[in-house]
Write a protein of this length. Structure first.
Length: 590
């Protein structure tokens, strides 16, 4: 017995000591991480900026300390940080070039890819070089990397170049199997966000608009690659038709898609040669984090605020685990920027397919009030459609990427009918006692009556009238003209320019320059981003407070891939606002 107690006590003491040691190491690590965020980067002589083009690319980087600590979170690239890093690399004399290390790459949109690619094209105007390497180029990664002076590939690698295809998911039959039907009311011939719930295929109108914009995106991509690689558009389309992904790698060189076949260890020699350093010398590399810590040079008191609004438009951020545009939060933040005398103008960066029509109206109101006091310019990202366009249309000036998906001016409402599920499949029975004819309106335990459907349709019609009026007032157009290009139709940015839905084509830097011009502070201003990113400790505490929700959400997103967004819509259908200004919820473009 004594021996048992002795060994048990020794084990317990060992575990306690181990826990203490791990705790000390964790605290030291956390202190190091926090300190590293505040440390300034010193750019060494003959440095190279390393741009990792793999993992997920979103509008802004979203760090997850909890996931990082356990080593189970995928790489995330923020378009905002990538663009800022490229801009700094161009201006820093000791940064001689950019090395792009590409991998399995999943961007939020091709408009984001176009913005990143344009930044790299601008970087090359400084006379500096770009080298790209990958074991496998996804189509989006190749589109960006084709701008490089040298495109390198592993001798056993692949280049994916196959064109674009849109592949919506339809839930009607799946929901029918469990006894659920969606009761839909909408305005807009092209308002196809509801189609997955009431049809099993594309409508003719949706097929028409989808064909138009994916063809437009592809033509832009092919034209850009053709110019960089000195190939004809016809030849690039021929390669796409052949599905060259499984070709012999030597053929990629013959096709002029890549310049050399090299193993990863051989790439160092290419970089060293371009840097003009000896074979035995170390390469001075700078990461995106390093680039973000290079001290800023702008010291002006005139501030241009860049406010990021991306994700679904929702009434409140309560319970949201992904990035969202909260009507409550964004309206409050814009009011604060309006009242900040140091802020001379605001750039509202929008990347959203819409959501709650009510929240979109609240943000529209905040934009209108801000506009009365100081200039506000909208910069559109990959998406600024439906509710995303609603909250943008009152701005002084709107700038979109040529491949931005925008417009989708339309409204719908959707109420699930689960009566078959609960009564026939689960065996539940309902009865009702009510004081008035409509006391039980909105119940999901029975289908809507014709009268109730008419009430909902009138509600949706009024929402559409208000939406078109907001657009007409903001864009200086007639309501009937807005209706002609509305009807829920999605437009590419370059088509939206022709239709007067936007004022110019360009990126966020163009929007900032326009805001400074309107504020009459051109040449004497600094930029600040909002909402401010939380520091490392705040992120860690938030991770614990939400029970690891963000971490679990990232894992689910990684597991489901393209099917994550559609499945989340089905999951959250009951908690959504009854009136929706939303484009096709998650269009899978491959």
């Amino acid at each position: 017995m004594k021996e048992f107690l002795k060994y048990t006590l020794a084990t317990v003491i060992g575990m306690v000591i181990f826990a203490i040691v791990i705790g000390i190491i964790s605290v030291i690590s956390l202190m190091g991480m926090v300190a590293s965020q505040d440390a300034s980067t010193v750019v060494k002589e003959k440095s190279v900026f390393v741009l990792p083009l793999s993992g997920i690319m979103d509008e802004r980087a979203s760090d997850n300390p909890l996931g990082s600590m356990v080593g189970q979170v995928g790489q995330s690239l923020g378009l905002d940080e990538a663009l800022a890093a490229i801009k700094k690399a161009k201006s820093e004399d000791e940064i001689k070039g950019i090395y792009i290390e590409a991998g399995i790459f999943s961007p939020d949109s091709y408009a984001s890819c176009q913005a990143l690619r344009k930044a790299l094209v601008d970087f090359k105007k400084s006379g500096k070089w770009i080298v790209a390497y990958a074991d496998q180029y996804t189509q989006a990664a190749y589109y960006i990397c084709s701008v490089a002076d040298e495109v390198l590939l592993n001798p056993e690698g692949m280049v994916d170049w196959h064109g674009l295809a849109a592949q919506p998911i339809y839930f009607r039959d799946m929901l029918a199997k469990i006894g659920v039907k969606m009761q839909v009311v909408k305005v807009g011939t092209y308002k196809s966000a509801v189609e997955p719930f009431i049809q099993d295929h594309m409508s003719d109108a949706n097929r028409e608009q989808t064909t138009t914009y994916i063809s437009g995106i592809w033509n832009t991509m092919v034209g850009d690659v053709a110019a960089s690689r000195k190939l004809s558009v016809a030849k690039l389309n021929e390669y796409a038709d052949k599905y060259i992904m499984f070709d012999d790698t030597n053929n990629y060189v013959a096709m002029k898609l890549v310049d050399k076949l090299l193993y990863i260890d051989e790439v160092k020699g290419v970089i060293k040669k371009r840097l003009g350093i000896d074979k035995d010398d170390e390469i001075n590399q700078l990461s995106i984090a390093d680039m973000m810590n290079i001290p800023r040079k702008d010291k002006s008191d005139n501030e241009i605020a860049v406010y990021y609004a991306y994700g679904d438009v929702v009434n409140t951020s309560d319970g949201q685990t992904s990035a969202c545009i909260s009507g409550v939060d964004v309206s409050k933040d814009l009011e604060e920027l309006m009242n900040d005398d140091d802020v001379k103008a605001v750039v509202l960066r929008v990347n959203s397919g819409g959501g709650s029509a009510y929240a979109s109206e609240q943000i529209w109101n905040a934009v209108t009030k801000l506009k009365a006091k100081k200039p506000i310019v909208v910069s559109m990202g990959g998406l600024a459609a439906s509710g995303g366009y609603y909250l943008s249309c009152a701005a002084n000036y709107i700038i979109a990427e040529p491949t931005t998906l925008t417009g989708s001016i339309g409204i719908f409402g959707m109420i699930p009918d689960v009566s078959e599920l609960v009564t026939q499949k689960l065996g539940l029975k309902f009865d009702v006692v009510k004081t008035n004819a409509m006391s039980d309106f909105g119940t999901t335990a029975r289908p809507m009556t014709a009268e109730e459907t008419a009430i909902m349709q009138n509600y949706v019609n009024n929402g559409y009238k208000l939406f078109t009026k907001r657009v007409a007032d903001g864009r200086g157009m007639k309501v009937e003209d807005v209706d002609k290009i509305g009807q829920g139709r999605v437009w590419l940015g370059k088509d939206a320019l022709r239709l007067k839905l936007v004022d110019a084509l360009g990126g966020i830097d163009d929007a900032i320059a326009k805001a400074a011009e309107l504020a009459k502070v051109s040449g004497d201003y600094k930029t600040s981003t909002y909402p401010s990113a939380p520091n490392f400790l705040d992120q860690l505490l938030n991770s614990f407070q939400d029970g690891g929700g963000n971490y679990l959400d990232e894992q689910l997103k990684s597991a489901l891939g393209d099917y994550y967004e559609p499945m989340m819509m089905v999951r959250n259908i009951n908690s959504q606002s009854p009136l929706q200004a939303r484009m096709p919820y998650h269009l899978i473009i491959k």
